[in-house]
Write a protein that binds this ligand. Structure first.
Ligand code: FEO
Length: 396
């Protein structure tokens, strides 16, 4: 089944309603997703990307219902990650002579994953193009580190469609395909979750690349990413969001993330919440126990925050594994321009706060003092002391 997008351009992907996780277990999918591939039938017949490996048979069957595979002139592999290249080996079994247009890093990625150095790779760089019919060229734009070294986008002149691959995507299933058909709240909450959890480490690159794409002054009527909706209604709205998000984005929000053994550290977390509400009533404050909260949702809240506070009791001279694992994920995302504080209870040695501070500092946060370290169960004066953290996080 294919869906016409414009003139001779079709969507031919997979709406994945059953998907619940992505990147192994590293990204929680709560509203389905899609792997969007596209078919261009001009003088040349061109496929842009495929789908995730488990859907490869269905994908090739669908494709064969629409076109004679022998008519296919080329495939554009915009990114080697298997959610987009998973159908490639089966396609190449059927058409071993098919030219594969990709970046130099794309060749490395595809050979590394599928072990076929003999395939007909055609390496492209930014500005290279492939004529597909009268007045229709696919112009390639390297998008290195957005979010893999091999990533690229393709722009179809004449139809003014930007095939953006992962950029501008979201993990959401929308059978009607288009942004104006999606639940808008859900769409933008999934778009920011996707940006926060996948693209944050590459913000500086994203900012530069967005400026480069804007400077190209391309007329863009449709942005067709490889996940989620196709942006046809005011497509530049998602570009403007990305420009905003790539500039050390923060709202007037503070997020508290903790785990607790016998509820002492939990009491500190909620004391901090109360102090923040008292001294900064306009600031949004959110509290999560990272042992039970969805880590991608918490990271999205961190992305929106101007400051965070992280708490763990000291356990065997260290911190709880729930908080430690969460902090390593935080480090991976390389946030910038945000404050952070540490707190926690201890019985004997009390190194937890120092460990948290070290990880926060290594993660790019501006660690503020004091940290609040409470011996045994918190007393009223300990809960009062959390005010000092609230003041440090709020101060400009
Ligand atoms: Fe959607 Fe980076 O793969």
């Amino acid at each position: 089944m294919r869906e016409k997008i414009k003139n001779n351009v079709y969507w031919i992907g997979k709406i994945d309603w059953e998907l619940t996780k992505f990147h192994g277990d590293d990204y929680t999918i709560t509203h389905g997703s899609s792997q969007n591939a596209y078919l261009i039938e001009e003088e040349k017949t061109i496929l842009i990307d495929t789908v995730w490996s488990p859907h490869k048979d269905e994908f090739i069957e669908n494709l064969e219902k629409e076109i004679d595979l022998d008519k296919l002139d080329a495939i554009i592999v915009q990114h080697g990650e298997v959610d987009h290249s998973g159908g490639l080996p089966l396609l190449m079994e059927r058409r071993p002579d098919l030219p594969i247009y990709c970046t130099a890093n794309g060749v490395k990625s595809l050979v590394g994953q599928f072990h076929h150095p003999e395939w007909d790779y055609r390496v492209v760089k930014t500005g290279d193009s492939l004529n597909v019919g009268p007045g229709k060229d696919l112009v390639f734009v390297e998008m290195a580190m957005l979010h893999w070294p091999d990533s690229m986008a393709s722009y179809l002149t004449g139809d003014n469609i930007l095939f953006s691959n992962d950029a501008f995507g979201q993990h959401i299933a929308v059978g009607e395909l288009y942004n104006d058909k999606a639940d808008q709240c859900l769409l933008f909450s999934e778009a920011i979750k996707y940006y926060a959890n996948i693209l944050t480490p590459f913000q500086a690159i994203a900012k530069k690349k967005l400026a480069e794409v804007v400077a190209m002054n391309l007329p863009i009527e449709i942005i067709a990413p490889s996940h989620g909706v196709i942006w046809r209604d005011n497509p530049l709205q998602i570009v403007l969001k990305y420009i905003e998000w790539s500039d050390q984005y923060k709202e007037d929000q503070i997020t508290i993330a903790y785990d607790s053994m016998w509820e002492g550290t939990k009491k500190l977390a909620h004391a901090l919440e109360k102090h923040l509400r008292d001294i900064a009533p306009d600031t949004v404050v959110k509290v999560f126990n990272v042992a039970v909260a969805d880590k991608n949702e918490v990271m999205t809240e961190v992305f929106k925050s101007k400051a965070i506070a992280v708490g763990s009791p000291t356990v065997s001279n260290d911190i709880l594994s729930s908080v430690g694992g969460w902090l390593y994920f935080l480090k991976e995302l390389r946030f910038k321009g945000k404050k952070a504080a540490a707190f926690g209870c201890y019985g004997w040695s009390g190194e937890g706060n120092k460990k948290i501070q070290e990880l926060l500092s290594a993660s790019g946060f501006d660690v503020v003092e004091p940290s609040v370290r409470v011996n045994w169960a918190p007393k009223d004066e300990d809960l009062d002391e959390m005010l000092l953290i609230a003041q440090a996080l709020i101060s400009e």
